[in-house]
Design a binder for this molecule. Sequence first.
Ligand SMILES: Nc1nc2c(ncn2[C@@H]2O[C@H](COP(=O)(O)OP(=O)(O)OP(=O)(O)O)[C@@H](O)[C@H]2O)c(=O)[nH]1
Ligand SMILES: [Mg+2]
Length: 405
Amino acid sequence: MVCLKNEKDTQKVRMMECAALCEACEIEPVSELVQFSRSLDPKTVLRSGKLQELASLIAAVHADMVVFVNNLSIAAMNRIQAETGVQVIDRTTLILDIFSKRAQSKQAKMQVELARLRYALPSLSLENESEAHFRGGQYRSRGAGESRSAEIARTYRRRIAALTKSLAEIRRENETAERRRGKSGLARCALVGYTNAGKSSLMNAMLRYENKEERSVFAKDMLFATLDSSVRNMEYQGRQFLLYDTVGFVSDLPTTLVEAFQSTLEAACSADLLVHVIDGSDPLRNEKTEAAEATLRQIHADGIPILRVYAKMDAPGFVKEDGVCSVSSLSLEGIEPLLKEITSRLYPDEKSIVVCIPYEKSGILHMYQSVVDVMILEETETGYLARITGQKTRLKPFLLYEVKK
Ligand SMILES: Nc1nc2c(ncn2[C@@H]2O[C@H](COP(=O)(O)OP(=O)(O)OP(=O)(O)O)[C@@H](O)[C@H]2O)c(=O)[nH]1
Ligand SMILES: [Mg+2]
């Protein structure tokens, strides 16, 4: 890892994050090396002394590969590869590999391929330049011996254009579906956060709370389990909203991925409320919280109100944070208060009250049913026990019958 002077505070976290990314790619981290540097300049990124140290470390631990925690330029990687004699990859390549492994849907597969091609293209141009330089810088068409990399670059560009077009079509289809949802007038809430924080499990817990388990999404103990966003209808005390599960974040999410996954990330960008899911049992929760919020800034979603939630409250090492909702997706503890908080933020002018309307006054329920939501809870001896939800001013006729807790 090359640690820039202003990155010293996050050095340990970034190293650990990179080790987790390696493991997700079935690469076993065997040793680590840090160089403190002022810049990532390709020419000086590893000074010659440090390069020698790296080469002896590789020999000592029998490493097959060097993984850089930084995103290095192709020139720097080529130089280090030539010096050490082993394969050198950077963090973006690692993340792209994980995304490739996880992609299931047609859209996710196309988005990953697009990101890969966009990432590889500059290295081809570079090779092409050096080949041209090698031939005395004279341009020749393929027929007259055009370089192999120039030909590949052209194929890549063609494929990038085709993928961009197909993804734009899928996006248009999604937008039509989104517009239909928009017409329903329902507020939108998106679960966002660091990868593996527990977003999909929280969505499933909310569905389980509402007895809609059959609508569950995929959740698993691995980085980037979710690559496609999913949406579900939710309802709490008569107030409905759309709940989106989204792709997880890491620090410095590669730009190529952000660009390629734009339509998936739109679920977060178009929400009325972001629920930032934080793994409260993770010792690195503060650093990961900061990394996730930096990603929200990167995708321009930082203007949307955020509600932080500490997940995994049943897990060992969980630390409660004052004033922050805590939930367990296993035991469902904290799910109801969270739903209450979400709906009160999405519908700030609305309120829910429980009333007991005498049977002879039940006409009031029909009279106002177009402006408030009525949910009959029970038919008691004295009248209908009902939950009335609506804008505070609309609830006035019912206040007389409110049942105080
Ligand atoms: N003990 C405990 N484990 C949880 C809880 N919530 C999630 N987990 C576990 O945490 C792991 C990750 O959960 P996911 O819901 O897939 O996490 P995610 O944030 O959707 O992850 P990505 O889709 O990869 O970004 C899984 O092994 C879950 O079983 C919880 O409340 N308690
Ligand atoms: Mg998920």
